[in-house]
Design a protein around this ligand. Sequence first.
Ligand code: FEO
Length: 404
Amino acid sequence: MHCTRKITEELLWVGGNDRRLAMFEGVYSVPRGVSYNSYLLLDEKTVLFDTVDRSVAKVFLENVAYGLGGRSLDFLVVQHMEPDHTAALMEILSRHPQAKLVCTAKTAAMIGQFFGEDVTARAVLAKEGSRLETGRRSLVFHMAPMVHWPEVMVTFDETEGILFSADAFGVFGAINGAIFDDEVDFERDYLDEARRYYANIVGKYGSFVQSLMDRVCGGQIRLICPLHGFVLRKEIGLMAEKYRRWSAYEPEETGVMIAYASVYGNTENAAEILSCRLRELGLRTVMFDVSVTPASEIVAAAFKWSHLVFASTTYNTGIFITMEELLRDIAAHGLKNRTAAFIENGSWAPASGRLMKEILEPLSGFKVLPETVSIKSALKPGQLGEIEALARAIRDDAESAPRA
Ligand code: FEO
């Protein structure tokens, strides 16, 4: 049975929710599920914006048929070719043989790659600033390469002030019957997921996000319709400011994220003591055990906080496995402009401090504090002064060169 939400008198949400998926893209945990959004515009011409993942394709096809109500589909706009939005693309084209496909040239080529079909004969190729008139509306297309694939574009309905933003402004989590951000407590319940989505999916491509924001966000935007999560109408200002900050790699908060890898609890103990000293100096702290917290959450926290501490035991003469994965993930996402500090542990040859530093020091705008604390098996009473010195160095850095 169809399951849709009305967004405006002539715009329907025709997507679906998947709450069974464990790992989005095989790597990002989604304990609260994920939505795959598609939108059906019922102007004098009918326009479908993107399709969905295969997991919700059945209800999606029912939704589109219901939404069309016997009308034919005139245009399928494919803004992003990734399969979580295109699993039903060929089925839609097959069911609506008269429909034109609107997409970038790269998308048309990728459709051939993914589905082995040449769709160029029915494609209307969009370029920066090109338009589609649908009757009462004028849609303008903006290229959004590397937000976060090269073929991406977004669509602005100039008449209604609606931005169809592809993956940008997306959020992890099923939307559970709500469609608008003001039907939930978005800032309290979904901002962390919006950050985790941005940092992990789009975070590497900040300059491309900024270019898109400059071109699109000057317009009068009344609604933002992303491909995952809620339609934004209340929190457009909040999210535009967050995207500006995230894409510039500016921390949102002054404070310390401590991530630790500890086999027998001694590295964790040193991290806990550091967190206590930082709190006593007035700094906020968050702590993550990298062995149990998904890396995507810690990457998102690294985008949020100004100061980052990594504490790791030495393992097989290197960095502990999960910590090394985390640090390489942070480096791969191109995080910039943070102050980092390290605690290393090793019962016979501590090396993790130097090795962790080697991964993060080359990152643009990263400042590494020299006060690495080195532990042999467990922190000794005589080393408490070293932890206190590290805490003071972090506090002094936060006060002398605030990053947030
Ligand atoms: Fe939601 Fe980049 O696909």
